[in-house]
Design a protein around this ligand. Structure first.
Ligand code: DQA
Length: 142
């Protein structure tokens, strides 16, 4: 099983950025634990600050059982990222560490959610594990 975790703009600063919202753990530290927890899953990871590069990486991802995507602030602004989600044949799950609907009104606007198979928002880094669990279930015959 192959999964692509893609983080967008400013998510490289998780662990030091607004720790009251995003926590003290860096994504690299979290990813190490996640990879150890799921040794049978092949996990690729990309963090990209550039909108065009991010859209291209999503659109060109073809051979994954799923993409776990946190577009960061591009969630609220990017038609390019939304179009890229529509382009990839892979199912995409949207993840946000914070509950975007409990925050500033400009974060309530979401251009990507309707193109994803589902969204997880507000469970911190654990949201990535929850998304991965869903993809595993989806790929495991009953
Ligand atoms: C975020 C929420 C976005 O509104 C914000 O711009 C981020 C992080 C989250 O994971 O909670 O950069 O995507």
């Amino acid at each position: 099983m192959k999964v692509f975790i893609i983080n967008g703009v400013n998510l490289g600063q998780i662990g030091t950025r607004e720790v009251n919202i995003y926590g003290h753990l860096s994504f690299d530290e979290y990813l190490r634990d996640l990879v150890n927890l799921y040794p049978d899953v092949n996990i690729d990871y990309l963090q990209e600050d550039d909108e065009g590069e991010l859209a291209q990486a999503i659109a060109e991802a073809h051979d994954y059982d799923g993409i776990i995507l946190n577009p960061g602030a591009f969630t609220h602004t990017s038609i390019a990222v939304a179009d890229a989600i529509r382009t990839t044949p892979c199912p995409v799950i949207e993840v946000h560490l914070s509950n975007i609907f409990g925050r500033e009104p400009y974060r309530h606007r979401n251009l990507v959610a309707s193109h994803c198979i589902g969204s997880i928002s507000g469970f911190g880094l654990d949201g990535y594990r929850m998304a991965l669990e869903h993809l595993i279930k989806k790929c495991t015959p009953l």
